[in-house]
Design a protein around this ligand. Sequence first.
Ligand SMILES: Nc1ncnc2c1ncn2[C@@H]1O[C@H](COP(=O)(O)OP(=O)(O)OP(=O)(O)O)[C@@H](O)[C@H]1O
Length: 366
Amino acid sequence: MGWMNAALLGCVMCSSSKDDDDSVEIARPGNRRREVAIAAGVPELTPRELKEATAKFSASRLIGRGEHAEVFRATLRGGRAAAAKRLIRAPPAAAGILREQVAAASKLRHENVVRLLGYSITAGLPVLLYELADVGTLHDVLHGTRPPLAGPRGAPAPASTSIRRPPPATATLGWEQRVRIALDAAAGLAYLHAAAVTHRGVRSTSVLLFQGFRAKIAEHDVFKQKQQLADQDLTQTVIRYVPDTEVGYYHPMELMCSGRKMDVFSFGVVLLELLTGRKPHDNTLPGTRVQQFLMFWARPLLAQGRVEECIDPKLGDQYPPAGALKLGRIALQCLQDHPASRPSMDTVVRLINRDVVVRDQRGARV
Ligand SMILES: Nc1ncnc2c1ncn2[C@@H]1O[C@H](COP(=O)(O)OP(=O)(O)OP(=O)(O)O)[C@@H](O)[C@H]1O
């Protein structure tokens, strides 16, 4: 039902592509004019190219599974590694929505936003190919790989759904790396906001890590956005469904609204994760149910300047207390209850750069 609503609410409809036709067609209501919409060099892979690139989505290539997608390691022609995201819960009108997403994503270019490298619509389930994050997600690195999610139709996930990569390098994520990740992710989000894109899925799983722990924001797929928007439009007063993987990332009041300040709030939670090494919600922790929420536990401590009580114990004493407190205070600003009191992502970038980035004696970034 949700997808149907999403599809109905979406203003783009499409006619199905033909296997023998590589060009892209978008038919808008009342305008069936053919137009090549995929710009900026994001190619559509033919079914054959997709098979070759993913070794027919062989299980040995599976690197992760989310609520909506399975992600496989792929190799593009020319040898470039990619992550092929196969959308397992695509609605019937998927092709139109996907083209919409590709057209939008192809315009986004920033060093801290994961790049779309290709897509495929015609070979079964829709697939988007992105830059491959060789280190994994920030969630993997901070908390260990996430547990396997349920299979596409509620079936238990096979054991192979956990990510196939070396064990997480938690111990090696030092203070400077955390600051760099925070700054990169903030810059990626600030860019998206400047491009009038609201992410709506900012979490440590959507911060992807590359060599040297450089971070990029993963795109948040438009299917989910449409689902969320549809839910909001249709239920003025009902709090929307939040999957387990997202619990703790949203301010309770915001489950009924959207906007960039919602991203800022979620980013504040990611900052807390970097600072404390804790998950946004962890019901294995002692304390009250409220204290099991990272933000409720950390906010009062940081507000009182007690950063040493919430810093990730894995850092030992290898962090600058003043810088850590400043990062904590930036997180607090992002986590303000009232959206209007939260800073813009541009301001967050400026504050991290000015107050937290570790510099050498000549003022260069360490
Ligand atoms: N570009 C990438 N490079 C490497 N791994 C990736 C990439 N994109 C996704 N992954 C892996 O695949 C997993 C599932 O992807 P993703 O989270 O995007 O799926 P989703 O269903 O859209 O999202 P979710 O369930 O989080 O709402 C991620 O947690 C990550 O481990």
